[in-house]
Write a protein that binds this ligand. Structure first.
Ligand code: NAP
Ligand code: MG
Length: 487
């Protein structure tokens, strides 16, 4: 297991020697002491990235792609080790890290490996006699700040398009979950990424993260995390006017119309809110259901929630693991009191599990709360296995509730009515909409939000645009330009 900073192709201690323990949230045991980067380390990494940039950015795109494809193969060859590491560091059940996180990480590197030499510029039809073409140039050194909810997968979402486009990367994983991105660094060195192209620096957000956001020689910062920190990043970026890409929180509306297939709704919504213990920006955290089917749906949904097997993430039969830290568990539980204070009714959960074996971990039961759309629990991102339910009578009312938060990331709707499906999809204030499904993602499909959920898109061609700067070149082929100062 790698526990040092990865700078210029080497694993090295922090300049000031500081470390921080990374814990297993199943029992709060220490997994490893991990080096913690300070501003001096960020400076060193930026220097290494700057030195690597000219060669890397001029390397044939197909060669950059080839390295990303080799990395995808190496991730698959190390799938079990990576899945276990991710499970002990984050608390994700092993069935998910094996079946979702690791394969999706490999798929993202593979997709952008294939994209590297297919992302084309264009020729623009301007006036006769001129050739005007557009090239897409890499930004240079880019900073990337990753949260703790999907550390392995988000490392690929952030790094793959940046590298395919020819940038060099300084990535800071979350202080709670640094181990899987360091494991990726090790594989990158093995498959032959040149030194300095990628630098991985665990550390505190307020120190290493802030220093990345402020750094005068970093041309872009891409951030996933809370809206509050997103705002701070924008401020810190103003010194050199770096490009900013923000993937922030969400409060996913999940609209269930009266004609929906309720069994499909139960399965899709349970995945939407309880997968990864609800710690997902696109979690289906607000169920908004037609009053005619609310009782029937809730009876089925509560029964499923109560049957979910909670336990040690390394047990293959575990369906839900612990939250990522004790602090976060307490924050999620505090929302149960907040809900009750405003008249919310806890339909199930709302506490830690009774099992003695889970007492020292960061566990919270699947929680469903009936709450008014304006209540704090229906407005603020809880980021746990915590779903609110509200009812509606008309489609207009459903949309007003769905669009009634500051967020606009993901939203879903369940109906058999084709016209309603497209109309509601059009009217939802969101960057992603799922019809008769929830929380689908693909490396090929743009991911991101509007409003307080941020701006910019990860994945697909959009991500390549985000990691490049367009350059328009004008060539006079045979144009007769009248003299502007005839003499
Ligand atoms: P956060 O504070 O926004 O952390 C996300 C990342 O930003 C971490 O790597 C963090 O470092 C870093 N960071 C913190 N302060 C920074 C600063 N001033 N400059 C640059 N980077 C900074 O999120 P959190 O505390 O982990 O979680 C709090 C809430 O954020 C959650 O409850 C949830 O609402 C939201 N969240 C959203 C997502 C998402 O996928 N959109 C993911 C995680 C959290 P540290 O590791 O030191 O904190
Ligand atoms: Mg940990």
């Amino acid at each position: 297991m790698q526990t040092q900073l990865f700078i210029g192709g080497q694993f090295v201690p922090a300049a000031n020697g500081e470390t921080l323990a990374s814990l297993n949230p199943h029992d709060n045991s220490v997994i490893a002491e991990v080096a913690m980067a300070g501003p001096a380390d960020i400076d060193r990494a930026v220097a290494a990235a700057k030195a690597a940039f000219p060669k890397w950015s001029k390397l044939a795109a197909m060669e950059r792609g080839r390295l990303l494809l080799k990395l995808a193969d190496a991730i698959e060859a190390n799938a079990d080790r990576l899945a276990r590491l991710e499970s002990i560091d984050t608390g994700h059940p092993i069935r998910d890290t094996r079946n979702l996180d690791v394969p999706r990480t490999a798929a993202t590197f593979r997709y952008f490996g294939g994209m590297a030499d297919k992302f084309e510029g264009s020729v623009i039809p301007v006036e006769a006699g001129f050739l005007n073409y557009l090239t897409r140039e890499p930004v240079g050194v880019v900073g990337q700040v990753v949260p703790w909810n999907f550390p392995l997968m988000f490392t690929s979402w952030k790094m793959a398009p940046a590298l395919a486009a020819g940038n060099c990367v300084i990535l800071k994983p979350a202080e709670l979950t640094p181990l899987s991105s360091l494991a990726i660094a090790e594989l990158m060195a093995e498959v032959g990424f040149p030194a300095g192209v990628v630098n991985i620096l665990p550390g505190l957000g307020s120190v290493a993260g802030q220093s990345i956001a402020e750094h005068p020689e970093i041309g872009k910062v891409a951030f996933t995390g809370s809206t509050a920190v997103g705002r701070r990043i924008v401020q810190a970026s103003s010194g050199n006017l770096k490009k900013v890409q923000l993937e922030l929180g969400g409060k996913g509306a999940n609209l269930v119309f009266g004609d929906a297939d309720l069994d499909a709704v139960v399965q899709g919504s349970a995945f939407g809110i309880f997968h990864n213990q609800g710690q997902a920006c696109i979690a289906a955290s607000r169920m908004i259901v037609h009053e005619a089917v609310a009782d029937e749906l809730l009876e089925k949904f509560v029964a499923l929630a109560r049957s979910i097997k909670i336990g040690d993430p390394l047990d293959p039969s575990t369906e839900m693991g612990p939250l990522t830290s004790s602090q976060h568990r307490d924050r999620v539980l505090s929302y149960v009191d907040i809900a009750r204070e405003q008249g919310g009714r806890v339909l199930t959960g709302g506490k830690t599990p009774d099992a003695a074996a889970l007492a020292s971990g960061c566990y919270v039961e699947p929680t469903i709360v009936a709450a008014k759309p304006e209540d704090r629990v229906s407005q603020e991102e809880v980021f746990g296995p915590f779903m609110t339910v509200a009812t509606f009578r008309t489609d207009e009312e459903a949309l007003a509730i769905a669009n009634g938060t500051e967020y606009g990331l993901g939203a879903g709707l369940w109906t058999r009515d084709l016209q309603r499906a497209h109309l509601v999809a059009r009217e939802l204030h969101a960057g992603m909409v799922w019809v008769n499904c929830y929380k689908r993602v693909s490396p090929a499909s743009p991911f991101g939000g509007v409003g307080a959920s941020g701006y910019g898109r990860e994945m697909g061609f959009e991500a390549m645009r985000e990691y490049t700067q367009p350059k328009s070149v004008w060539v006079n082929v045979d144009a007769q330009i009248p003299a502007y100062f005839p003499r």
